[in-house]
Design a protein around this ligand. Structure first.
Ligand code: SF4
Length: 105
C-alpha cells in the first residue's frame, strides 16, 4: 500500500502531509541499494523531516506493517528494527507513539 491509497477519512493527518503532490517514486523507489534508489530515499527523507505529521505517518506504518517505501522518514529496514525494538522492549500498544517520538526527536 502507498500513502496515496489511504483516504483522509481514515487518516486525517494526511491533510498535513508534506509529500502530497510529490513524485511517489521518491517514496517507493525500485530497490534500495542502487545509487539512484539511495538518492531518492535521501530526498524523500528530507521531505519527511519537514512534515508536520511525521510521527502519525511512522506510527501508521508501524501499526499497519508497511514494509516497503519511506514512511515517517524511515526506510523499510529502519522500520523492521523499530518493530524488533518494540517487541524486545515490550512496548505496549498505547505507548507506541511516545516511544516513536523519543526515537525521532
Ligand atoms: S512523514 Fe513523509 S511519507 Fe509521511 S506523510 Fe510526511 S512527508 Fe509523507
Amino acid at each position: 500500500m502507498a500513502l496515496a491509497d489511504i483516504t483522509m477519512e481514515e487518516e486525517g493527518w494526511l491533510e498535513q502531509a508534506a509529500c502530497r503532490g510529490t513524485d511517489p517514486g521518491l517514496f517507493f523507489p525500485d530497490g534500495t541499494t542502487t545509487q539512484n534508489a539511495q538518492d531518492k530515499i535521501s530526498e524523500a527523507k528530507s521531505v519527511c523531516v519537514e512534515c508536520d505529521c511525521q510521527i502519525n505517518c511512522l506510527e501508521y506504518a508501524i501499526r499497519e506493517n508497511q514494509d516497503s517505501g519511506i514512511w515517517g522518514g524511515t526506510s523499510e529496514i529502519e522500520r523492521r528494527q523499530i518493530r524488533r525494538d518494540l517487541r524486545s522492549k515490550k512496548v505496549s500498544e498505547n505507548q507506541i507513539q511516545a516511544y516513536l517520538v523519543k526515537q525521532l526527536f
